[in-house]
Design a protein. Structure first.
Length: 374
């Protein structure tokens, strides 16, 4: 078993927490053994209550080891501005090309915590009967890094009330792990455990996804469902013939609607994202946002799930502005509700969107109002 530590704290070789026990087992282990990983002259972490950042990272690894097979897709607080990452059928649902860039720093202050960057593009074609696009995503956590390229095609069917869209998404993904990272510690000599590589490993995977998306701009609502990865590809680096990890089935469902409280001066926009992954807890993300004169945006988000305290995973706030007819910017900040909240400084996420030659009078291009259509 390999254990992950920060540079500032030195691991004690014994005892070693059991692998795959999750956060509860890790916390119980620490409580029983009273371990403090500190190098001489370094004071305990004030946020770690004497345990130190290295031990907290160890707890995270125990948790991630348990859930790595189930939770394989990045999470975003501002999913309403990033529908293409969840449903390929949303491509082409704005009248002009759109470029979106996202940066997310999760659990700030924890060495090795999740960090994600994404850039996407989509546009309509053939009198808005087709949509094309692409996502390029880079995610890192601990010693692992994943880079994913999605190519997206959507066929848009005009209906009496809106459009029914069917999307397809071939993808290629690179998994990379740096087993030479200086923060790794193993109680056995290198090369003894055949499950632990002696050098960085890389693996390429091809998969396929699909989705359905319906939008009604006149009535101001949308809904969609998608499966981003269909095939259970082997993503294990083991060379002994065993398969410990696979890409698993994920199901995303989203919806939202717009209430005009004061003509175009004030609008209320509730939205929801539901996520199911095989062998993982069900997740729900809720967002309520106000649009002021189709220029300023503010709102609150809540993410259900997390550990066993029942309060959920996080709450967050966002604020955005349509700076010009082409440029939209939004920033969000999340505060954790789980027992890990005392060991990190929250999560921050920034979204920048650029609309290429948007037509005059196209409405609120920050959220797609009316209808939040993309």
């Amino acid at each position: 078993m390999a254990v992950f530590f920060t540079n500032a704290y030195q691991p004690h070789p014994h005892p070693i927490p059991p692998r795959g026990g999750g956060l509860d087992s890790a916390l119980a282990f620490v409580s029983k053994n009273g371990i403090k990983y500190r190098s001489e002259g370094i004071s305990p972490s004030p946020r770690g209550e004497g345990l130190g950042v290295g031990l907290i990272t160890l707890l995270l690894l125990c948790l991630f080891t348990q859930t790595a097979q189930a939770q394989q897709e990045p999470m975003y607080t501002q999913f309403m501005f990033n529908k293409l990452a969840y449903n390929p059928a949303s491509a082409g649902n704005f009248v002009s090309p759109v470029v979106t860039a996202i940066y997310r720093n999760q659990w700030m202050g924890l060495d090795g915590a999740p960090n994600t960057q994404l850039i996407s593009y989509h546009q309509p074609l053939l009198n808005e009967r087709l949509g094309i696009g692409a996502n390029l995503n880079r995610s890192s956590i601990g010693i692992s890094r994943t880079v994913t390229l999605d190519l997206i095609y959507a066929y848009r069917i005009p209906m009496r009330l809106g459009h029914l869209c069917i999307g397809l998404q071939p993808s290629v993904r690179n998994f990379w792990q740096n087993w030479n990272d200086s923060r790794l510690y193993s109680p056995t000599p290198a090369g003894t455990d055949v499950a632990i590589p002696n050098e960085p490993r890389s693996k390429w995977i091809v998969n396929f996804g699909a989705g359905v998306y319906y939008t009604n701009p006149d009535k101001g609502w949308f809904a969609g469902v998608a499966v981003p990865r269909i095939f259970p590809n082997n993503i294990d680096f083991s060379e002994n013939g065993g398969v410990l990890s696979r890409e698993v089935f994920h199901l995303n469902a989203m919806g939202g609607l717009t209430f005009n409280l004061k003509e175009d001066a004030l609008q209320l926009i509730p939205q929801m994202l539901l996520k199911y992954a095989q062998n993982a807890p069900f997740e729900a993300e809720l967002n309520t946002m106000f649009a002021i004169r189709q220029k300023f945006y503010t709102g609150l988000s809540y993410r259900a799930g997390g550990d066993t305290n029942g309060a959920g995973e996080s709450i967050g706030a966002l604020a955005g502005i349509q700076a010009t007819n082409n440029l939209f910017f939004c920033l969000s900040y999340d505060i954790g509700l789980t027992r890990l909240r005392k060991f990190n400084n929250g999560s921050v996420e920034a979204v920048v969107r650029w609309y290429i030659n948007p037509p005059e009078g196209s409405g609120d291009i920050g959220t797609g109002i009316p209808g939040l259509s993309y």
